[in-house]
Design a protein around this ligand. Structure first.
Ligand SMILES: [Mg+2]
Length: 144
């Protein structure tokens, strides 16, 4: 199953703040982490549109494992490499320990974007917009 992903994070190199994903049936995942020291840009543009109470990282990971377990295989699609980096980091629970996931592949596509997001910088709405841009690309280019 293709799953479109977006993350928000605390500026370049900063920690993940939110993780949004949506699959090709519209089934979605969204989780928010507490950002202790947001940059001014993040405080102005990301924090106000989080739209959900904070989870702990452990809670996010437990929910993520349960959500992913519904799939036989998972193909994560992003429009930006850092989204993949933050997702992969969330799969690691400790030294030598990881979430149990279905077989997983990862893809970064430069032809996708979240420009049509209903709530820019809300990771779930951005992920939905990336999914929508993928549908347009597929239609326009006639590719699967
Ligand atoms: Mg975003």
């Amino acid at each position: 199953m293709n799953i479109y992903i977006d993350t928000e994070f605390n500026d370049f190199g900063g920690e993940m703040i939110s993780l949004g994903m949506v699959d090709e049936t519209g089934r979605d995942f969204y989780a928010v982490l507490n950002c202790q020291d947001p940059s001014p840009w993040v405080a102005a543009n990301v924090i106000p549109v989080l739209g959900q109470p904070y989870a702990s990282l452990r809670m996010l990971q437990q929910r993520l494992q349960a959500w992913l377990s519904a799939y036989r295989t998972v193909h994560i699609v992003a429009d930006w490499p850092e989204d993949i980096a933050h997702f992969c980091r969330a799969l690691i629970t400790g030294p030598g320990m990881r979430l149990d996931t279905p077989p997983l592949t990862l893809e970064v596509r430069r032809d996708l974007n979240s420009e049509a997001s209903a709530i820019p910088h809300n990771a779930l709405e951005d992920a939905r917009a990336i999914w929508s841009s993928a549908q347009k690309t597929t239609t326009e280019e006639g590719r699967p």
